[in-house]
Design a protein around this ligand. Structure first.
Ligand code: PGA
Length: 249
């Protein structure tokens, strides 16, 4: 069985001082626990990639970004390309987060292009999918997820070069949790959808995200269909983020 992956999504939080404090505290905890059974990654804002990457040096914690554009370079003021992220030391990039879909009107088609460009640059895209509350209440969840997976997954995707994160929009930053049954159902459905797309996608890691915290991490990460977690708010607290990683047994 492959190791579970715990990814911290810092969102638009942090300046160098607070970022350094978090990374230092996290590295200390890792150094004191040689029994950690999860792989870790941190996705700080663009401005902190360089300094966080440097501070993480020598640890097993991978670096990731929160978004990228499709083109490699050129006259695109304000944008950052996958090649630049790779050059900055990133291994991962989150694409299609619901906050990008909501605030930047990102479509499934664009997310597919971003994920494709990320893979081409040697990054592992973490492709986010998830239903809104209205979609869940009107029993659209599986239809929405199926559409997102089919439309967002790059043709070049393999079990090794991409990751999916199931994040019910209504559970992000709200303290609301999907139940274990809801998580299991959707994760199993995602697995079936991936295999239908291409049987070789049967080992793509499928993370869960949405108000994951130390108090619920064990229950969520013990589910056989959950290959890890995408952690927002709790990843800004090194004790909480580390406790979530420790919940992997
Ligand atoms: P949350 O965010 O853990 O704060 O709910 C998760 C995410 O948006 O990736």
């Amino acid at each position: 069985m492959s190791r579970k992956l715990i990814v911290g999504n810092w969102k638009m939080n942090g300046v160098r001082q607070s970022a350094n404090d978090i990374v230092l505290a996290l590295k200390q905890r890792i150094a004191n626990d040689n029994n950690l059974r999860a792989d870790l990654a941190i996705c700080p804002p663009f401005t902190l990639l360089e300094s966080v990457g440097r501070r993480l040096g020598g640890s097993d914690v991978a670096l990731g970004a929160q978004d990228c554009v499709v083109v490699p370079e050129g006259a695109y003021t304000g944008d950052v390309s996958p090649i630049m992220l790779k050059d900055a030391g990133c291994a991962y990039v989150i694409v299609g987060h619901s906050e990008r879909r909501q605030y930047h009107q990102e479509s499934n088609a664009l997310i597919k292009q971003k994920a494709t460009a990320a893979i081409k640059a040697g990054l592992t895209p973490i492709i986010c999918v998830g239903e809104t509350l209205i979609e869940r209440q009107s029993e659209q969840t599986l239809a929405v997820i199926e559409k997102q997976i089919n439309a967002c997954l790059p043709d070049s995707a393999t079990s090794q070069n991409c990751v999916i994160a199931y994040e019910p929009v209504w559970a992000i930053g709200t303290g609301l949790n999907a139940t274990e049954a809801q998580i299991s159902d959707v994760h199993a459905f995602i697995r079936r959808t991936l295999i239908q797309l291409n049987p070789s996608l049967n080992k793509v890691k499928v993370l869960y995200g949405g108000s994951v915290k130390p108090s619920n991490a064990k229950a969520i990460l013990s589910l056989g269909s959950v290959d890890g977690a995408l952690v927002g708010g709790a990843s800004l607290n090194p004790s909480d983020f580390f406790a979530i990683a420790q919940a992997v047994s």
